[in-house]
Write a protein that binds this ligand. Structure first.
Ligand SMILES: Cc1cc2nc3c(=O)[nH]c(=O)nc-3n(C[C@H](O)[C@H](O)[C@H](O)COP(=O)(O)OP(=O)(O)OC[C@H]3O[C@@H](n4cnc5c(N)ncnc54)[C@H](O)[C@@H]3O)c2cc1C
Ligand code: FES
Length: 304
């Protein structure tokens, strides 16, 4: 739409059109057009912060990312290497945004070698993010899965009665955003529980086990989760058992990010377009595959 709203493009459309154009320009609620969202923008890295041995957070300015919902993702182009999906780990209305990248292969390694002043490309934000809800809410994050849960928590503290955040990781080094979580939750009714598999921080167990203990004692209105798929699948089973609705952010191989290529298919859903955040009803509809299978880079169904 923004392309059509350029004055140069509308000389023969008359006054009514011009007025409509000006009105639309002045309305902040006008959604960004699909064209502009899907167009690659080159952004400069204004901060590259090392979180631990394999994880870095990159901050950049992009107006469209500033309008994203928590849980939406961008396709990040690493020049000469690849384009990979990344959740936004910070979203501000001024457009100051960030991604938090865990090195797992060629593209994420190349991305993590970028420094302040380097350039990357971004397309997006894409997909459906988390829907913040009121009441008593639980957030369960595993490892880098805490990234999209950070902007969500910032929204939840404004609408929920109580926020319980549970973060789990293999060890203390892999637990991200501890100071940021502290700061976000400091002024609201909240509780935090951290777990590590090696006992180097918090309680020595899997985060799902602590979530179950909480669910036994308290009634929650919504569970939000992101992390390894097996962890999210176990959270889904618990949520079903305790009759609590759940929203989970899934990962699949992504190429187009706009619902065309099918590489992110799960059951009848496309994770890039129907997700990445799927609710309980959607997860029930794909329960033959959720936590069990995904498509590989050739489109073959493989065990997770
Ligand atoms: C919606 C979404 C949001 C994501 N958000 C984050 C994030 O915030 N931080 C983060 O560190 N990672 C995130 N990821 C995962 C990230 O995209 C992959 O780790 C990355 O693409 C790996 O690329 P690579 O070349 O480094 O590794 P590869 O050598 O390609 O693969 C290494 C491993 O990662 C898996 N993988 C590879 N590509 C993808 C892909 N496109 N989607 C899912 N899994 C893949 C492979 O199965 C393999 O096990 C997200 C993925 C999705 C789909
Ligand atoms: S990434 Fe192409 S359909 Fe989802």
């Amino acid at each position: 739409m923004s392309q059509n709203l350029n004055k140069e493009n509308t000389p023969r459309k008359g006054r009514a059109w011009t007025e409509l154009t000006i009105n639309l320009r002045n309305r902040s609620s006008v959604p960004p057009s699909f064209d502009s969202v899907n167009r690659m923008r080159i952004v400069e890295i204004i901060e590259a912060k090392k979180e631990n041995f394999t994880v870095k957070t990159f901050t950049f300015v992009d107006k469209l990312c500033g309008k994203a919902d928590p849980g939406q993702f961008v396709m990040v182009w690493i020049p000469g290497v690849d384009e990979i999906p990344m959740s936004l780990s910070a979203i501000t209305s001024e457009g100051l945004s960030s991604i938090t990248v865990n090195e797992v292969g060629e593209a994420s390694r190349a991305l993590n070698q970028k420094k302040k002043g380097d350039q990357i490309g971004v397309r997006g934000p894409f997909g459906n993010g988390f829907v913040p809800t009121g009441g008593n809410v639980m957030i369960v994050g595993g490892g880098t899965g805490l990234a999209p849960l950070m902007p969500l928590t910032e929204k939840l503290v404004k609408v929920a009665d109580k926020v319980t955040l549970m973060g789990g990781a293999k060890s203390r080094d892999n637990l991200l955003f501890l100071d940021r979580i502290d700061k976000i939750l400091s002024e609201v009714d909240s509780e935090t529980v951290f777990t590590t598999e090696d006992g180097s921080y918090g309680i020595e167990c899997l985060v799902v086990d602590q979530a179950e203990q909480k669910l036994k004692k308290e009634k929650f209105d919504m569970i939000f989760t992101c992390g390894p798929e097996q962890m999210m699948y176990n959270m889904f089973l618990l949520a079903e058992q305790y009759n609590v609705p759940l929203q989970a952010s899934l990962e699949r191989i992504m190429r187009c990010a706009i619902g065309l290529c099918g590489s992110c298919q799960i059951g009848k859903l496309r994770v890039c377009k129907d997700g990445p955040v799927l609710n309980s009803e959607q997860l029930r509809s794909v329960k033959e595959e959720f936590g069990k299978f995904q498509l590989d880079f050739t489109g073959k169904k493989i065990k997770l």
